[in-house]
Write a protein that binds this ligand. Structure first.
Ligand SMILES: Nc1nc2c(ncn2[C@@H]2O[C@H](COP(=O)(O)OP(=O)(O)OP(=O)(O)O)[C@@H](O)[C@H]2O)c(=O)[nH]1
Ligand SMILES: [Mg+2]
Length: 269
């Protein structure tokens, strides 16, 4: 049994970089950790993947059949359904404690197509798993983008069916008041709505929709705690690592050590 951390998020949100950072952090603490590159089109990765779908499918082959680059990427990921047993047995061979899956930025694969969730869930099977949904820093600079990002995240959550943690990536690029005040307050009743109310020049019905979406993601408990993360801030990385471990280790004796101070930090929210 391995514990899966599935990184999903819009293009360029920092998935591959975070995969590497989490791999380094986990490995340095003892758990055997591997990374699966799930992006058939990526040319350069910041890490050396243990398992790489580029060895299984080729985007170029689909382009030769007449598809454009995006269609070919989607089709090549969908074709991975033919290789799930192979991928699973490759993962099993490593006997890793933690398996990080780094997915492509074509979010539609997970937000509204069936291929992404079906393939990931078939690989994960009965093993513990968590989706880490990455929201890029600039999204937090305006309320409508926050609603949009959380809607997208909730769409991924209901399709994947796994516990999901939202992280605000590249927090080093955000103003301190956004990281320290705005983001923590998003789970507070009425807070996001108050930001939406102040948005100028927005169609009345669209504002109403945004208000309802904001209330739905909060009232369902889905917003929960949004964790800021930056590869330049080890404390924040440790908090994300502790949170995902806590989720995938639920219901079992802790075979992977979670540091006490990190547990304590979590008690705060
Ligand atoms: N400032 C800052 N930049 C970051 C951080 N994490 C990632 N980046 C940068 O963001 C860019 C995109 O990072 P990637 O890790 O390639 O993002 P991705 O989500 O894997 O991208 P795709 O696979 O193309 O969807 C790179 O230039 C990274 O160096 C961060 O914490 N802070
Ligand atoms: Mg990537």
């Amino acid at each position: 049994m391995t514990k899966y951390i599935v990184l999903v998020g819009p293009a360029g949100s920092g998935k591959s970089t975070l995969a590497k950072a989490l791999w380094e952090l986990a490995s340095s603490r003892g758990p055997k950790t591997i990374i699966v590159n799930f992006d058939p089109a990526v040319e350069v990765l910041p890490y050396d993947p243990h398992i790489d779908v580029r060895n299984l499918v080729s985007v170029e082959d689909f382009m030769k059949k007449g598809l454009g680059p995006n269609g070919a990427l989607i089709a090549s990921v969908a074709s991975l359904v033919n290789y799930v047993d192979e991928i699973k047995s490759e993962i099993d061979k490593y006997s890793a404690d933690i398996t990080i899956i780094d997915t492509p930025g074509q979010l539609e694969l997970f937000a509204y197509r069936s291929s992404g969730p079906v393939i990931i869930n078939t690989i994960v099977g009965e093993d513990p798993a968590v989706t880490l949904f990455l929201i890029d820093a600039p999204f937090f600079e305006d309320p409508l983008s926050i609603v949009s990002a959380l809607s997208l995240s909730s769409s991924v959550a209901v399709r994947m069916g796994l516990p999901q943690v939202n992280v605000a990536t590249k927090s080093d690029l955000l103003l301190p008041e956004i990281v320290d005040e705005l983001i923590p307050r998003l789970s507070e009743e009425g807070y996001l709505e108050s930001l939406i109310e102040d948005v100028p020049r927005i169609d009345y019905n669209i504002k109403l929709l945004a208000l309802h979406l904001a209330a739905a993601v909060r009232d369902s408990g889905f917003i929960g705690e949004i964790l800021p993360v930056s590869i330049y801030n080890e404390d924040l990385l440790k908090l994300v690592y502790a949170k995902v471990l806590q989720i995938v280790s639920q219901g079992e004796e802790p075979s992977i050590e979670i540091e006490e101070d990190e547990d304590a930090e979590y008690g705060r929210g």
